[in-house]
Design a protein around this ligand. Structure first.
Ligand SMILES: NC(=O)c1ccc[n+]([C@@H]2O[C@H](COP(=O)([O-])OP(=O)(O)OC[C@H]3O[C@@H](n4cnc5c(N)ncnc54)[C@H](OP(=O)(O)O)[C@@H]3O)[C@@H](O)[C@H]2O)c1
Length: 239
């Protein structure tokens, strides 16, 4: 398969890219970090250096490729809001990295997927979007927007037989979560995350969420009446 992965210079994306390459697939790894891209290139992966928030540069880069069988749009960031200041610049940064860059990538990658006989689009959201979590005004709402975009695209792309998967990880140990200053229950390694993702994609699952002992608990909480969830979340903030 010809596989394209954004956010492949670090964390989850890097591990998935390297694992698919080891399995013999042709992998395009996309990111900004030149040194990390050079390392991937020395392992035999194809690379693209582009800031995905730069629409013109990103679309120009995508237009240099021909077909893609599997696109994994994974690039993203996370920052938490610390009240009492509601930092709008932080919210804008997170939305730009997680939502606007995704829209730009979709415009670039869909024409490439349409040239494949087995097209598959996968987007990395987050289980954080299942329930309103403390301090996640920016991150959680960006991933809720990602989930909505993916679910609606799935409807539009069904008639073209383009498979669509939404990937919703729990906590995974990466440079991103190494910055977190709170307990991260059931945090898993990038190797485990890559296994879950590749197995789910092989089955063309609509939603790939893991580890289930964490994501199923969040899903359960999302079914509670919101006033009950709010009480629990308020206690989490106090604690
Ligand atoms: N780790 C978790 O626990 C967790 C849980 C749920 C969801 N996720 C999601 O999983 C994805 C990967 O997260 P991670 O933990 O692996 O984070 P990470 O190690 O920080 O990797 C983030 C990747 O995104 C790329 N990226 C960010 N902004 C970019 C931009 N403007 N242009 C191009 N590339 C950009 C980075 O590339 P450069 O460094 O080269 O710029 C890097 O390769 C994110 O979407 C994140 O929200 C992670």
């Amino acid at each position: 398969m010809k596989i394209l992965i954004t956010g492949a210079t670090s964390g989850i994306g890097r591990q998935v890219a390297v694992d698919y390459h080891k399995l013999g697939h042709e992998v395009w790894a996309v990111g900004r970090n030149g040194q990390a891209l050079d390392e991937l290139s020395s392992l035999g992966l194809r690379t693209g250096q582009v800031d995905l928030t730069d629409s013109a540069a990103t679309l120009a880069w995508f237009s240099t490729l021909d077909s893609i069988d599997l696109a994994i749009l994974n690039a993203g960031t996370c920052e938490y809001v610390d009240m009492p200041k509601f930092d709008s610049a932080l919210v804008i940064r997170v939305m730009r990295a997680n939502v606007e860059s995704l829209a730009i990538c979709l415009e670039g990658v869909l024409p490439l997927l349409r040239k494949s006989s087995t097209p598959h689009l996968a987007v990395v959201g987050s289980s954080a979007a299942y329930v309103p979590l403390p301090r996640a005004e920016a991150y959680g709402s960006s991933k809720a927007a990602v989930a909505y975009m993916v679910e609606t695209l799935r409807i539009a792309l069904a008639k073209e037989k383009i498979a669509v998967s939404l990937i919703c990880p729990g906590f995974v140990k990466t440079p991103l979560t190494d910055l977190n200053d709170f307990p991260m229950p059931f945090r898993i390694t990038v190797d485990q995350a890559s296994d879950y993702i590749r197995k789910g994609l092989a089955r063309k699952k609509a939603e790939i969420h893991f580890p289930k002992r964490f994501t199923s608990m969040l899903k359960f909480l999302s079914y509670l009446p919101r006033p009950i969830w709010r009480k629990i979340a308020e206690q989490m903030v106090k604690g």
